[in-house]
Design a protein around this ligand. Structure first.
Ligand SMILES: CC(C)(COP(=O)(O)OP(=O)(O)OC[C@H]1O[C@@H](n2cnc3c(N)ncnc32)[C@H](O)[C@@H]1OP(=O)(O)O)[C@@H](O)C(=O)NCCC(=O)NCCS
Length: 147
């Protein structure tokens, strides 16, 4: 018996609306802020396979967990999640900087552009932490100037 396996060829560009979204709002326990933390997870609409996820804290501008399934990387999903998170933070709080604690010379944070603006490395990434990371300053001007 011949078994034919069809491997799905993914397009070069993917968008989040191709997937199921599950959004959870919880308390930001680190900063003691009720409903201050948002977690969004995307899964395949048919197989329920995990695609990507992001966590962020509304009142400090911290991006926490940002992960894309290896098979789906370099197709725009990470940046679409990050851009949506920054817009959401802009709408819900008055913080001006977005930041993440992460390793130095990170390939994504070194290169990603949000409306043409790049993050820069900073130690500490934010006054509330000791670790190094990346910062995007003055986020409101990024969207108001170019959209
Ligand atoms: C970081 C991560 C979420 C990025 O998600 P992604 O969907 O692959 O990223 P995008 O497709 O939006 O990439 C946008 C741009 O970032 C840069 N970039 C992303 N990954 C890169 C890599 N490995 N090397 C160099 N540049 C990279 C590129 O400039 C890319 O644009 P291009 O593909 O047109 O050249 C994903 O690579 C990942 O899950 N990595 C492992 C976990 C991790 O390191 N998370 C961050 C910890 S805070």
């Amino acid at each position: 018996m011949r078994l034919l396996l069809f491997k799905r060829k993914l397009p070069n560009k993917l968008t989040l609306n191709m997937f199921n979204e599950k959004k959870t709002i919880s308390d930001d326990l680190w900063n003691d802020i009720t409903n201050g933390e948002i977690a969004i997870k995307y899964t395949d609409k048919i197989t329920n396979e995990w695609i990507c996820n992001i966590n962020y804290r509304i009142h400090t501008g911290q991006i926490g967990l940002l992960f894309v399934n290896n098979l789906y990387q370099r197709k725009g999903l990470g940046t679409e999640m990050l851009t949506n998170a920054i817009k959401d933070i802009c709408n819900r709080s008055n913080v001006s900087n977005i930041w993440a604690v992460t390793t130095n010379n990170h390939p994504y944070w070194n290169n990603v552009k949000i409306n043409g603006q790049k993050f820069h490395s900073k130690t500490p990434a934010h006054p509330s932490v000791t670790g190094s990371g990346y910062v995007l300053e003055n986020i409101r001007s990024i969207f108001t100037n170019k959209e």
